[in-house]
Design a protein around this ligand. Structure first.
Ligand code: PGA
Length: 258
């Protein structure tokens, strides 16, 4: 997926508690997105709000995404939703392999199945990777490489090129008090590493064009620096995507460019 615009994805996680609040937050974000030209906005609400919000999103500058799906099309899988269900409910993006799913037991092999299901059904997969700790010796690089390549192991190069975004989310930087994100220089270094791994496994075009996002304690105060000094394609935002004023500021700060 070649992205000229910056991309900001809001991951609402298991919030808000009802659809009235979901619609209120979404409408505010929609207004802000309408006034921007250089940013693509994606909101990933809980599945239960997808249909309602897709009506509000119609014809607007905001796309919808799901936070997760199962890989099978149908069957006896209590509590799961299929990629086709997410698509039919309005999702065009799906987050896969988020660290909060991995913490509940999801393996990179399972993430790979999900990514295949998502892309097979015509959606973009936002593949999350990230280390839990950064050791001094740099062993986390090997961890990241393995997580990335295993998660991508079921899709073709063509699918990767057209349908996958990578969200680098160091687990230790997610949800931090005071919004202490990773510093932009380290984000830049890690994105170069990710592009090198992509280059070796999938070739030059993949390395050059696949969007890399950063996630972990993004706020209006750090968004611009993280993207433009970090030289990345966008952001995956948790907490601040539920605060429509803060999220709109994040969008606007990227829209302004360097
Ligand atoms: P955060 O979450 O912005 O609240 O740190 C990011 C994420 O988990 O995707």
């Amino acid at each position: 997926m070649e992205m000229k615009k910056k991309i900001v994805v809001g991951n609402w996680k298991m919030n808000p508690p009802d659809s009235i609040e979901a619609k209120r937050i979404f409408s505010h974000i929609k207004r802000a997105a309408t006034q921007t030209h250089n940013v693509r906005v994606v909101i990933c609400p809980a599945d239960i709000y997808l249909v309602t919000l897709s009506k509000l999103a119609e014809g607007s500058a905001v796309s919808l995404g799901a936070q997760d799906v199962f890989w099978e099309d149908r069957g006896r899988f209590t509590g799961q939703i299929s990629p086709a269900m997410a698509y039919n409910a309005g999702a065009r993006f799906v987050i896969v392999g988020h660290s909060e799913k991995r913490a509940l037991g999801e393996t990179s092999e399972e993430t790979a199945h999900k990514l295949l299901g998502v892309t097979h059904d015509g959606m973009y997969g936002i593949l999350c990777i990230g280390e839990s700790v950064r050791d001094k010796d740099g062993a986390f690089f090997a961890f990241l490489k393995n997580q990335l390549l295993t998660s991508l192991s079921r899709i073709s190069r063509e699918t990767l090129l057209h349908s996958v975004l990578i969200a680098y989310e160091p687990v230790w930087a997610i949800g931090k008090a005071g919004f202490v994100a990773m510093n932009a220089r380290d984000i830049h270094e890690t994105s170069i590493f990710i592009r090198k791994v992509l280059h070796d496994a999938f070739g030059e075009r993949a390395a050059r064009t696949i969007p890399i996002l950063y996630g972990g304690s993004v706020s209006p105060d750090n968004a611009h620096e993280l993207v433009y000094k970090g030289e990345i394609d966008g952001l995956l935002v948790g907490r601040e995507s539920l605060d429509p004023i803060a999220f709109s500021k994040i969008i606007k700060s990227l829209d302004a460019g360097k």
